[in-house]
Design a protein around this ligand. Sequence first.
Ligand code: NAP
Length: 283
Amino acid sequence: MPELLKGKPVADALTEDIRRRADALAERGITPTLAIVRVGENESDLSYIRGALSRCEKCGIEVVQKNLPDLCSQEQLEAVIDEINADPGIDGCLLLRPLPRHIDERAICNRLKAAKDMDCITDASLSTVFTGRGEGFAPCTAQAVIEILNYYGVDVAGKNAAVIGRSLVIGKPVSMLLQQRDATVTMCHSRTQNIAALCSQADLLIAAVGKAGFVGPEFTNPNQVIIDVGINVTPEGKLTGDVDFDAVADGVKAISPVPGGVGGVTTAVLCKHLMEAAERAAF
Ligand code: NAP
């Protein structure tokens, strides 16, 4: 059996560290505070918020929720972002997306100060990820991949990494974060030829495709570590990753499960970013 790279111990370790730092700020009378902005009543937003609220409570982070109706105007949403930017009591912001179609989402995202952007929704934060300069944070999911590798002691320096997916949310930033750690990264996408053969050469495989069971045994080798970022729901309602876990597990060195892998680490990373923002503001 491969080593199972479960997310819970990673999230627990991050939470413990954040809690300790929150307690240190509390001694100085500072309560780290996150604003969560939601437009409408999307069930997946509500479910993500429930997870984030529970994680923030464990970490000693206060949450201010800003809820707007589905039919809110661009100006109303801009005013909420401006209020968050100007409020010294709010250290960071999570804006749930996608926004309704009548809203100019890029304009809203870029209105947020990079220093308060906890999930890399601004171009300025992306610039930090790509240049290493500035005060932005990486997307929580991309950073969660790195936290899992760190926790389980997977050294990526000098290793060949294949990333399947090139979105700005996961594929591209995770490729940059791995490259910053001296991995040699191949970014694969829908036009990549011989993708299975290419991935089968990799020491590390990151799957962020959005297709259930896309990665089969032909993508793998016995020394490979796989991080499955995918979240898919099968027609039977089962939550599953991009990797055909049962088919590949016996033929690889280590693999993160879905559910129970990357997904559970993202809210802990959100809290880690918030704590860093709060400490920057405090010291
Ligand atoms: P996305 O924007 O749809 O990007 C998917 C990427 O996969 C694209 O770059 C696409 O290539 C590539 N792709 C699609 N079909 C392919 C194929 N047949 N062969 C090779 N590459 C192919 O998705 P995303 O937002 O990056 O999300 C990826 C997955 O992560 C989804 O399952 C999503 O639900 C999951 N996710 C997980 C978390 C978490 O917390 N674990 C958070 C966010 C998202 P092109 O660029 O050529 O189209």
